[in-house]
Design a protein. Structure first.
Length: 217
């Protein structure tokens, strides 16, 4: 498939965040990734999912949500990776950027969040109900979205490993709290990081189907 890959710098307040933007020739939408705690835009699991989305004619944006200086602080303190408000504000600003950039302007926008990034994705979806058309959470912590869960309008898919007992329970609670269309899919035999054979592929296929359905123009 003909795709255009570019490294971009996205201005977010006083920060400038590096990102990898991939756009197929005729994208059906664009999906912004929110990585989990201690990870980056180079997360091998997120990049694997992104490739499947690209094959399904969906653009992807993988972005570092912390600046290099912030990342250095976080490596010592592990505090910023759990600052859901900060991460959600940056995701919302990137959503705004996508609505104005020539290559993505007018495209339906989806959010894919992993671990703590899923909470940030849900908070930003609540803050941008007109722009964010779908959300997928992989092994997410939607409970960390707090009261914002009540305001999420975007159709939401919660993907959880069948062996990830604690996170599964938290996602079951989130499913009950989310007011709109929400589905919880349990991936049998998968632990939190979906490292078992075939489990990440199932996540990618489910995410691609969800976005293809709910981002359709």
């Amino acid at each position: 498939m003909d795709v255009r890959t570019s490294e971009v710098t996205i201005p977010v307040g006083q920060a400038e965040l590096p990102a990898d933007l991939v756009l197929p020739a005729d994208p059906a939408g664009v999906v912004l990734f929110a990585h989990g705690s201690g990870s980056s835009r180079h997360s091998p699991r997120n990049t694997a999912v992104a490739r499947v989305l690209n094959d399904r004619s969906l653009g992807t944006v993988l972005v570092d949500l912390l600046t290099p200086a912030e990342d250095a602080v976080d490596a010592r303190t592990a505090e910023l990776r759990f600052d859901i408000r900060l991460l959600a504000e940056r995701l919302a600003a990137i959503v705004d950027w996508l609505t104005t950039e020539p290559g993505t302007r007018g495209l339906p926008i989806g959010l894919f969040g992993a671990s703590t990034g899923a909470a940030a994705a849900l908070v930003s979806a609540a803050a941008r109900p007109e722009q964010v058309r779908a959300v997928v959470s992989r092994g997410g912590r939607p409970d960390l979205a707090g009261p914002a869960l009540d305001s999420v309008q975007a159709p939401t898919l919660l993907l959880v490993g069948g062996l990830d007992d604690q996170v599964l329970e938290l996602n079951e609670q989130a499913r009950a709290a989310l007011p709109g269309l929400v589905e919880l899919e349990v991936v049998p035999g998968a632990t939190h990081l979906f490292e078992e054979p075939g489990t990440l592929e199932r996540v990618a296929d489910a995410a691609a189907d969800w976005f293809a359905t709910h981002l359709a123009r």
